[in-house]
Ligand binder design. Structure first.
Ligand SMILES: [Zn+2]
Ligand SMILES: [Zn+2]
Length: 304
């Protein structure tokens, strides 16, 4: 009887252990993503310029309203013990500085400490990610890094662009900086070692991935695949959503209101799927429709 009871206990224990999530090797700070985001409209009068989402106490996501600019980009604000990091400054005519500084103030107040300095970098140099730059340049307490290869290389000691990764230290929090040109020459990915989040800008997101330099883009995706083979990823977060929840269907360019928008987050599986589809092209640029994104070749940009 005793052994029967022991067996039952073991069986129940085993069942419970099997049901509950196991931490494994990846011990990441957890966070929460919304089921859907505000896009723009249907009534623009009701929509604030920014949606602020707290992924966790030290990781914030800001989404610009589609009523302000149809690109409705996502910005990221990440806090370490010594400074905060802002990725991108918005699209079109919009006040980005006020909501960012307000958030920094609230974060500091919650921790009973004076404000922290801010480091500003960009996922890349396109207009819908740098429009608010003048609001942060030459501001006291702000270290502003221009969205150019040269400025990035100087600020983060990146030699041999794009083959060497860099690191950004925020105080008890390290982000890896991975150069990923192809969509734009100064495109970067950022990997937050604390949450396991990989920020991929306009290079990988649920939407149209415009490729200006096919070879560089393929090499960049290959580097992301290699990097994420060594570093577990919780979420791949880009800067836009253009895809709907219906596979292979996206919202046309310029659409303000996305009533059935795809989730923001992707995973390593989508990275692998993207890389495999590029490999199959053998270096030949082509439009590639995938379930959650579309690769769209574009003519190279004029040198800046
Ligand atoms: Zn872009
Ligand atoms: Zn963009």
């Amino acid at each position: 009887m005793v052994s029967y009871v022991n067996g039952m206990i073991l069986a129940i224990l085993g069942f419970l252990l099997g049901q509950s999530p196991q931490p494994g090797d990846a011990n990441f700070e957890p966070g929460r993503l919304p089921l859907s985001w505000r896009t723009g409209g249907p009534n623009c009068v009701e929509i604030p310029d920014w949606q602020v989402h707290e992924y966790n106490a030290d990781f914030f996501i800001l989404r610009e309203s589609g009523c302000t600019h149809y690109e409705k980009p996502f910005l990221y604000l990440v806090f370490g013990a010594d400074r905060a990091l802002l990725v991108d400054t918005g699209a079109g005519q919009v006040d980005t500085r006020s909501p960012v500084m307000q958030l920094i103030g609230k974060w500091a107040k919650r921790r009973n400490r004076p404000s922290v300095p801010l480091l500003v970098v960009h996922s890349h140099g396109h207009g819908d990610h740098v429009a608010g730059d003048s609001q942060f340049r030459n501001v006291q307490g702000v270290h502003f890094v221009e969205a150019t290869i040269q400025a990035l290389a100087e600020a983060f000691q990146l030699g041999d662009w794009p083959n060497r990764n860099g690191v950004i230290e925020l105080g008890g929090r390290t982000l890896d900086l991975i150069p990923i040109p192809g969509h734009q020459e100064a495109s970067i990915a950022l990997y937050d070692r604390r949450t396991g989040i990989l920020l991929t800008g306009d290079t990988v997101y649920p939407g149209r991935l415009y490729v200006r330099d096919w070879r560089a883009f393929t090499a960049s995706i290959e580097r992301l695949v290699a990097f994420t083979g060594q570093h577990p990823v919780t979420h791949v977060l880009g800067c836009h959503i253009e895809q709907s929840r219906t596979p292979f269907v996206d919202y046309p360019v310029g659409t303000v209101y996305h009533p059935d928008e795809h989730a923001l987050e992707l995973g390593r599986a989508e990275l692998l799927e993207l890389f495999e589809s590029l490999q199959r092209q053998g270096g030949m640029p082509a439009r590639i429709a995938l379930r959650d994104m579309t690769v769209v070749p574009r003519a190279p940009e004029a040198a800046r």
